[in-house]
Design a protein around this ligand. Sequence first.
Ligand SMILES: [Ca+2]
Ligand SMILES: [Ca+2]
Length: 235
Amino acid sequence: MNLPRRLGLSAIILALISLPSRAELIVDQSFPPPDPPPAGQYFGINLDNSVFPTSLIGQSFTPTFSGIDAIAFFLQDDEPSDGRGGSFFVELMTGDLSTILATSGTVALGDGFGAGATFDDPKNVTGSEALFVFGSTVALTPGEIYAAVLRKEEGGRFLVRGRPTDGYLGGRYLGSSDPNNDLFFREGSLIRAIPEPPGILLSGLGLGAVALAVGLSRAVLRRPGEGRAGGPTIS
Ligand SMILES: [Ca+2]
Ligand SMILES: [Ca+2]
């Protein structure tokens, strides 16, 4: 195999095995829906701000981590066959709701998101998870209370799901004074663009393959008296 082909193959191998793994949430605080969910213990909050324009739809929480990258809520299209999805984002606020600390990217959810196909489908009572990621890590003080407020940018009628019985002691659903009301959520840090350990090992092998290919090729090309018609030249 000549030098360009050898380098090209090594570069392709290196690129393939160096691809970052999917961003993964390292959970700090959470109140996930039980799986499978028992019947009759859930509530849904209407995210249509035209119906409840002033209500704060969100959840307070008390982190133990010193920062947050993302928070997930469980959403459900309340009109799954109207051809409309919806776009949503999250504002991270101080616990007294006086200051917005950060705003997540907007997440677009398709028509029917989180809606179960049958009445037996657990999604009908829990919705599905939607992850809202902040542009960079937001510094938090462990042990202090913070609030994540869900906002609808545009689209159809959606619900955010939670549970009226207490499962999370570090906060509550913001629209209620009852600490027993909690939205389902997960928040924490993201592992961003870091290869899995086997990937790191293979990346090292890939770099080694490139170095080996370059070294061997240079050795071949520098061997005196061996012209290679049409081959690459080294200046
Ligand atoms: Ca819809
Ligand atoms: Ca609570």
